[in-house]
Write a protein that binds this ligand. Structure first.
Ligand SMILES: Cc1ncc(C[n+]2csc(CCOP(=O)(O)OP(=O)(O)O)c2C)c(N)n1
Length: 663
């Protein structure tokens, strides 16, 4: 045997911990070697290799306490094995068996486990970092003195999410260990095409953050330094950026190979294998003898084979539609609270503000986050005075980073804290679109973790604000399973539904039409109350036609009917778009025989199209005319008032209504 590539000498670790580190590295290596065989046999679907990078997963995991969260990526099998997840459960996951973590709904490392305080990735890499911010924020709010460790590759550091997450963590002094595994390539892209600074750790300066460079193949260095850093962060909460220099020895995933990697580079890094080098050192130091080493390996191989048999012997999942549909949302029994106090006439905007305030008073861990919401009171002054009542910890001004804040909200939810995120304008949710539709929406279905978040969306046109401050973008979300979408039109509804949305443990997109904020008033209970989610409201009854609408358009419909008292119409205010109250729609259409749907959104792909299709499919024999949709033009929303008037369906509705009545 040749001697070790590393100088392992300067440490004060005892033999027991050295052996623990060795065993913990050996296990993922042997599991992987087995998986590579199974992959070739077609018994598992895909494999991302962490061979050669085990020291990082293991060193970081052993340095953390078992109650501290770790957020691994696709090459961090060592995190899962070091946290002692039974191998049979991991194998069941990769074979899509029911005892895995996702009931066959997601593959590879896309899962987490609250039992083991591991939160797995979504494919999009960067969002993982912001989730760590949320978990760390929860730890800080609960005065827990715990650290959170999150992993990314150097490729992931090019994503905006990386920048946003580090910036938020620094501004909020969150105890996050940002662990970058710089392994030379992001798929086929070498580091010099990925970033243009010498070390990723150098970026720490720009974020106002301490940073370190660690040899990721030297387990003693990884463990010792991470141990010191973690302990220091527990005492003095702050984010730390750690760059681990390492190398990806195998292909990006097994099918893609390593042709683009020069052979001498591969040879050089192969000599730096973290396990063979450490084994040599342990042998040279008389901490491990050959016999014991053989026995260790044999024990792990036995465990692997035994647990593979367990996973193989488990029955295949039999697809069942009801099971799948039932797992899109966390169950929620909305206990309806009625107000026993008096009513007071208030504006729509006051109802939003009161609803928020009363929920904040009832749940003293509830957090609101958004741009300019603290001292300034928010762009629409909805949270004015909140900071005095609830303090800076709970009313959090955020940097301009929708993505990281939505991810942070998800992290808070993982750690048991509900939150509300205010979009300054609904239009800007596009900068946080990925975490909404991929992280929040899919989380419960994928691995049973709910996302207890309300995203408030001040939306809508008729305010002369142009293409970036007037959109009503609910259709971006109504089509994504896993999101609830609420869109009230009256002060009473907005207050009661906001309280229900906050109670609901699922992600809710809560649309508030800006045009209604100061123009609509109503008598509203003074005290806290809730309303059912998913129930439409029949705001006017008639016999000739059913008018279906939501948001500001409900008021346009009511104005048109006021102008035309001869028309006898049912007017349905949907209030909730997802779930949609189809029963209310069908009951009314069966009675009137005609339906017109008025939507502020542009026509194509809006919810009116789905409602129309549902009516055609379910009420065809009751219809006396084709179902009519009236919507905005299929253009972006223009700024100039005359152009905006032409764009909106407000002025077309009357003629269309009369035409369909005459059909
Ligand atoms: C947003 C996004 N773009 C592209 C991909 C496809 N993809 C998956 S992993 C990967 C390379 C990641 O490189 P790095 O972050 O360095 O991690 P490594 O795989 O090297 O460990 C790419 C491009 C993705 N998953 N997400």
């Amino acid at each position: 045997m040749t001697s070790s590539q590393f100088n392992y000498q300067n440490h004060n670790l005892d033999s027991a911990i050295l052996l623990t580190l060795y065993k913990n590295m050996l296990k993922p290596r042997l599991v992987e070697e087995k998986m590579l065989v199974l992959l070739r046999q077609g018994k598992i679907s895909k494999w991302f290799s962490g061979i050669g990078q085990e020291a990082i997963s293991v060193g970081v995991t052993v340095a953390l306490n078992s109650n501290e969260y770790i957020l691994p990526m696709h090459r961090n099998l060592g995190v899962f094995t070091t946290r002692k997840i039974p191998l049979s459960q991991l194998f069941a996951q990769w074979q899509g068996k029911a005892s895995g973590f996702t009931k066959g709904r997601d593959r590879s490392f896309h899962f987490g486990s609250q039992d083991y305080k591991i939160i797995g990735m979504i494919s999009h890499l960067g969002p993982q970092l912001g989730v760590a911010d949320g978990i760390a924020l929860a730890s800080k709010l609960k005065n827990k003195n715990e650290v959170t460790a999150v992993f990314t590759g150097e490729g992931g550091t090019s994503e905006g999410d990386f920048h946003e997450a580090l910036n938020v963590a620094s501004v909020w002094e969150l105890p996050v260990l940002f662990c970058v595994e710089n392994n030379g390539y992001g798929l086929s892209t070498p580091t010099n095409q990925q970033y243009n600074c010498e070390n990723i750790a150098d970026r720490g300066l720009g974020y106002g953050m301490e940073s370190h460079i660690i040899d990721g193949n030297n387990i003693i260095e990884v463990y010792s330094k991470m141990n010191t850093i973690a302990e220091s962060v527990r005492q003095n909460p702050r984010p730390v950026l750690i760059e681990f220099k390492t190398f990806r020895i195998r292909g990006h995933e097994e099918a893609s190979g390593t042709k683009y990697v020069p052979n001498d580079v591969l040879d050089m890094w192969s000599k730096k294998d973290p396990i063979t080098n450490f084994e040599l050192f342990l042998r040279d130091s008389n901490i491990l003898n050959e016999e014991e080493n053989k026995r260790l390996k044999a024990d792990i191989l036995n465990e692997i084979n035994k647990h593979l048999d367990i996973a193989y012997s488990e029955d295949e999942i039999i697809p069942n539609e009801a099971n799948e549909l039932n797992d899109v949302f966390h169950s929620f029994e909305n206990k309806i609270v009625s107000s026993c106090s008096g009513f007071k006439e208030i504006r729509f905007i006051d109802a939003v503000s009161e609803g928020l305030k009363q929920s904040m008073q009832r749940d003293n861990s509830l957090v609101i986050m958004g741009q300019d919401i603290a001292e300034y009171g928010g762009a629409f002054k909805i949270t004015e005075g909140f900071i005095g009542a609830f303090g800076k910890d709970r009313i959090r001004n955020t940097p301009i980073c929708e993505s990281a804040i939505i991810e942070t909200a998800y992290g808070l939810s993982i750690a048991g804290i509900k939150s509300i995120v205010e979009m300054q304008f609904a239009d800007f949710v596009s900068s946080g679109f990925n975490p909404v539709v991929n992280l929040l929406a899919k989380s419960y279905y994928r691995w049973g973790q709910n996302a207890d978040i309300v995203i408030r969306m001040p939306c809508g046109g008729d305010v002369g604000a142009g293409p970036f401050h007037s959109q009503t973008n609910e259709a971006w979300f109504t089509k994504t399973p896993g999101l609830k979408v609420i869109y009230p039109a009256f002060p009473y509804d907005v207050k009661g539904l906001l309280a229900s949305s906050i109670n609901d443990p699922n992600p809710v997109l809560f649309f508030e039409h800006k045009g209604l904020y100061r123009s609509i008033r109503q008598e509203v209970p003074v005290d806290y109350f809730t309303l059912p989610i998913g129930k439409a409201n029949l705001v006017k009854t008639g016999k000739d036609i059913t008018v279906i609408s939501y948001g500001a358009a409900v008021h346009w419909a009511l104005e048109t009917l006021k102008k035309n008292p001869q028309i006898s119409a049912d007017v349905i205010d949907l209030r909730t778009l997802q779930p949609l109250d189809l029963e209310a729609i069908f009951n009314s259409v069966k009675k009137t025989g005609k339906a017109i749907i008025l939507q502020e959104d542009s026509m194509f792909g809006g919810i009116a199209s789905d409602i129309s299709a549902q009516i055609m499919e379910q009420c065809f024999e009751y219809l006396d005319a084709p179902v009519k949709r009236v919507a905005s033009l299929d253009t972006p929303i223009p700024f100039l008032k005359t152009l905006e008037n032409q764009y909106l369906p407000k002025n077309r509705f009357e003629a269309e209504l009369i035409a369909i009545l005459k059909y």
